[in-house]
Design a protein around this ligand. Structure first.
Ligand SMILES: *Cc1c(COP(=O)(O)O)cnc(C)c1O
Length: 494
């Protein structure tokens, strides 16, 4: 399987190159040159596999540079790091609603599903393409990617990692997790700006030949651990396939029955992986894209206009406080009939004017399984407390956005299709807001809030979030948002 750039189809690379590079030189994103299919027979036989084997099987369809033995080895190592058994349990709430918990990994967010695996793919890909420079992973994070990437890449041979996060745009817990990161090849830095500022600055560096040459002189080449990297997306396809297989195995559905997924979205990487599973042939009815108050995606799905000329809000679901959803580019590529010139034009319009508009009728036809909705802050709070009262299940602030959007969707449409709500973080990553939703009391300190929440609900604080307060803070730098380039060059010389 080969990969092409969304902005220039004649740029063709292998899967290993796509992973090592992260981003195409023309600024586009790598996508598979075609979609492999998954047959009913294969879905059927996956029932007997463990999650790591299912993941390796799905990966093998896309990553033809790797043998199934290699992939099984990596997925086993990756998912062995999850702290309690099944890396992605599917919890039934009632006879048509399920929660897919993707946060049992080392940092308690769904990013671990891919970022425990990406380092193995990266090291192997480096060997396969004969890379002799060090790989410098640059990450912009809205909170969860940073920590998951740091845990994944710490002390990984041949790689160094630098993470930028918005100083005031992440939860206290997320900040503490990153500031206390261990490892000899890591650097973490806060910027005065929001996630979009961090992501844009990182993308500029990827396209800045001068900086790239300076890095090369020091023995480094850039790559990305954000979901713009194909190696981040492909592991995410596996859990969409696997939850279908779980529902088959539990006889909640019959082979061929369609299901919905509702996904709390920001950079559009998670839900895009669901779309890819659909393109492989997994029977999916609707992909419901849930946003918080930063509802640029909702508006896009309802009007065809993607417009970032609007206020940016800081919400209690910070990992979704994003206006520029990078992975939408990959969807635009598919639904425009893989029209690379058109995608390049749209992205240029976004960059220069802050918006683009597509042919909506045509879009509705080609992307007819997408729905968009959003939940404002009050609604998210109410969802957390209602869901806890009704189902004795504790949602984090991001998953609550999805639950709220799904509820509104099912009331409006009467759609009775069985629906999997993709749960992206442990409630203990956002303990103050979750505790406030349940009790009406806002606690000052996140560690204290986590302890109170544990006492109130009787649900244990996950092991990776215990004893954070006793870990040493290593990274306190805060820089202006236009100084990222300098910070990168300074960090590699340390
Ligand atoms: C990253 C993240 C999201 C958004 O996922 P995208 O792939 O960026 O759309 C949602 N919830 C949580 C908790 C996250 O960490």
């Amino acid at each position: 399987m080969q990969y092409v750039s969304t902005r220039a189809k004649d740029t063709i690379v292998s899967s290993a190159e796509a992973i090592v590079k992260g981003l195409s030189e023309d600024g586009g994103l790598f996508v598979p040159s075609e979609f492999p299919s998954i047959t009913e027979q294969e879905l059927f036989s996956m029932q007997d596999m463990e999650y790591s084997e299912r993941a390796a099987f799905v990966l093998s369809k896309f990553l033809s540079d790797f043998s199934i033995e290699e992939l099984n080895d990596y997925t086993k190592k990756a998912y062995d790091r999850f702290y309690d058994g099944d890396p992605c349990p599917l919890v039934a709430i009632d006879d048509k609603t399920y929660i897919l918990e993707l946060w049992h990994g080392p940092t308690c967010a769904f990013k671990d599903m891919a970022l425990t695996l990406l380092p193995h793919l990266m090291v192997a890909s480096r060997k396969k393409v004969g890379e002799t420079s060090k790989t410098l992973i640059l990450v912009a994070t809205s909170g969860d990617t940073g920590k998951a990437a740091l845990e994944g890449f710490k002390d990984v041979e041949g790689c160094e990692i630098i993470v930028f996060y918005p100083s005031e745009g992440v939860s206290d817990m997320q900040k503490l997790q990153m500031q206390t990161q261990t490892g000899n090849n890591v650097y973490v830095c806060a910027i005065k700006g929001n996630f979009d500022d961090a992501q844009s600055a990182v993308k500029v560096i990827f396209n800045d030949d001068k900086v790239k040459n300076q890095l090369l002189e020091n023995g480094y080449k850039l790559s990305s651990a954000n979901s713009i990297n194909w190696g981040r997306l492909v592991p995410q396809i596996a859990y969409y396939v696997s939850s279908y297989v779980d529902l088959l195995a539990s006889e909640d559905i019959k082979m061929g029955d369609k299901i919905n997924f509702c996904v709390p979205s920001g950079n559009f990487g998670n839900i895009l992986a669901g779309y890819y599973a659909y393109r492989m042939g997994v029977p999916i009815n609707k992909l419901i894209c849930a946003s918080n108050k930063n509802k640029v995606l909702t508006d896009f799905f309802n009007t065809g206009k993607y417009d970032i000329n609007r206020d940016f809000y800081k919400t209690m679901s910070p990992s979704m406080d994003i206006l520029i959803s990078s992975n939408l580019e990959r969807l635009l590529f598919e639904i425009s009939g893989r029209n690379d010139k058109y995608v390049a034009e749209l992205m240029n319009s976004l960059k220069t004017k802050g918006y683009y508009e597509i042919d909506f009728a045509n879009f509705k036809e080609n992307a007819n399984n997408f729905e968009g909705g959003y939940s404002n802050e009050d609604m998210t709070m109410n969802t957390i407390s209602d869901f806890y009262d009704e189902n004795d299940y504790l949602l984090d602030t991001h998953t609550a956005v999805a639950v709220g959007v799904y509820k509104a969707y099912s009331e409006q449409t009467g759609d009775n299709t069985k629906t999997v709500i993709v749960s992206t973080a442990s409630p203990y990553k956002f303990p103050q807001d979750v505790y406030n939703a349940l009790t009406g009391e806002m606690l000052e300190d996140s560690i204290n809030a986590a302890e109170e929440l544990e006492e109130y609900t009787g649900i244990d604080i996950p092991e990776p979030l215990q004893n954070l307060q006793s870990r040493k803070v290593r990274f306190k730098d805060v820089i202006e948002k236009d100084k990222i380039k300098e910070a990168v060059l300074a960090a590699i010389k340390k």
